[in-house]
Design a protein around this ligand. Structure first.
Ligand code: MV4
Length: 445
């Protein structure tokens, strides 16, 4: 196992990774920007290094600075967390060139899955179901229209360099389609420096269901079941749960097997997530793969009893997975809410936390770096905490989370906690009737 690891991230995930390192007896090096000087978790690290000013481009996204810190602190590996450099193939390659371990897949695999068209080619080769659509990139207006007519409206145009909902447009007829196609190409060129787009049949009232996989460097691959992340707003997930209230045992097994086949075909190593959309008739289709640990990984940990970050570190150190698929047992139900420092219009609001009471009790998990007196900087993502509850049943998990949210006190800045209380109290949520339009349908007056 590694003896010393650098954590190239901030906030709750920096603390989350730090905890798993400590559990494995690994020394930790935390890097921080000038905006994060007061981060309390820096006290828990064995060494801390300031890597630059607040803007991410000059700190958490700055490869030379992070590599310099890794060299100075003499670490064996870097854990990138999520966001920032976690899915940057170039960064993973620089780590390899500098003989520093990267806690994630090889750079070639990040690149292969990061390009959505090449990821779909991997899925096709693995026999994983794809939504009807273009075979690959669509270059001309003529070809695009021909694809749209073959599959029928509504269709969705997506940027191959996009992902996570960025660079997507839905069209319902010829006129809107031609406009959307031109706009999608030019937007993709600007946003991703890659104008490549592809076309799919648009699946309405979809559910977002993703499978967590773990692959070691010796060819062993397992899946840890699914997470349902259907409750989103503008592609930001708000509530996540495991298992999905929509899946039965047979579908779980089929989706898990599809995810494992895809990971094998991709040459995948480390933890990864394969995202599917599930339609009204319970058909599932591959969307994209995330080659990092995800924000919502705790719900899977709560129903499997596994520590995904520890397993990432063990895999990166070359260890074999310590169990096989038949050993993976899913028990009970877990729900996570993402608590953001935002006002009721979802506008991020920085400021000082004046008072804080953190809920607790059995099966109540609080993953957060905040404390009373902490100043939420305006510079980064607005998520300040994740509250996760487990129960034997979905009802028990929901009730426990409702109670925990009732105990939560955060004063000084507005947060999304009240929205979460309302979502958990919604009868459609309680019936498990969640789709990607849930918030629009019930919460956007
Ligand atoms: C789709 C889709 C419906 N049909 N693709 C969004 C995130 C990205 N990973 C894939 N996404 C979607 N792709 C097809 N062919 C629906 C989504 C989707 C979505 C779309 C509009 C508004 C909210 C959404 C939330 C989750 C997924």
């Amino acid at each position: 196992m590694f003896s010393r690891v650098l954590i190239a991230n901030r906030g709750e995930i920096a603390l989350r990774v730090l905890r798993s390192c400590q559990a494995l007896g690994i020394e930790t090096v935390c890097v921080y920007s000038e905006a994060d000087r007061d981060a309390i978790y820096l006290r828990f690290a064995d060494e801390t290094i300031c890597i630059g000013p607040a803007p991410s481009a000059q700190s958490y996204l700055n490869i030379p600075r992070i590599i310099s810190a890794a060299e100075i602190a003499d670490v064996e590996a870097i854990h990138p967390g999520y966001g920032f450099l976690s899915e940057n193939a170039h960064f993973a390659e620089v780590c390899r060139d500098c003989r520093i371990g990267f806690v994630g897949p090889p750079p070639e695999v990040i690149a292969r899955m990061g390009d959505k068209v090449s990821a779909k080619a991997v899925a096709r080769k693995a026999g994983v179901p794809l939504v009807p659509g273009s075979e690959g990139l669509v270059e001309t207006e003529q070809d695009a229209l021909a694809v749209a007519h073959r599959i029928g409206f509504p269709v969705i145009i997506k940027a191959t360099g996009g992902g996570g909902g960025r660079g997507m447009r839905v069209a319902h007829n010829d006129v809107s389609f031609l406009n959307a196609f031109a706009a999608a190409r030019s937007e993709a060129e600007v946003a991703f420096r890659n104008p490549g787009v592809y076309i799919e049949k648009y699946v309405e009232r979809a559910r977002h269901v993703e499978i967590q996989i773990l692959a070691d460097a010796h060819g062993n691959i397992v899946h840890l079941g699914e997470r349902d992340c259907s409750i989103q707003r503008r592609h930001q997930k708000i509530v996540e749960e495991a298992p999905s209230p929509f899946l039965d045992e047979d579908m779980r097994r089929r989706m898990g097997e599809a995810a494992v086949s895809l990971a094998r075909e991709a040459g995948y190593v480390n933890a990864g997530t394969i995202e599917f959309i599930v339609d009204q008739d319970k058909n599932f289709y591959f969307m994209e793969m995330n080659t990092r640990v995800q924000v919502e990984h705790p719900v899977t940990e709560e129903i499997t009893g596994l520590d995904i970050v520890q397993l990432q570190l063990r895999i990166a150190a070359g260890e074999r997975l310590p169990f096989t698929q038949k050993d993976v047992k899913l028990r009970g139900h877990a729900i996570e809410v993402r608590i953001t420092a935002e006002d009721e219009n979802f506008k991020p609001r920085a400021g000082q936390i004046e008072r804080l009471f953190v809920p607790g009790g059995r099966h109540v998990r609080w993953d957060s770096h905040i404390y009373a007196g902490y100043r939420v900087p305006p510079t980064y993502d607005s998520m300040i905490a994740k509250l996760i509850c487990w129960g034997e049943t979905r009802e028990e998990a929901t009730e426990r989370l409702r109670r925990a949210l009732g105990e939560l006190v955060i004063e000084g800045i507005p947060t999304s906690a009240e929205l979460h209380r309302r979502i958990l109290g919604n009868v459609h949520f309680q019936r498990g009737n969640v789709t990607t339009s849930f918030l629009d349908d019930y919460f956007m007056r």
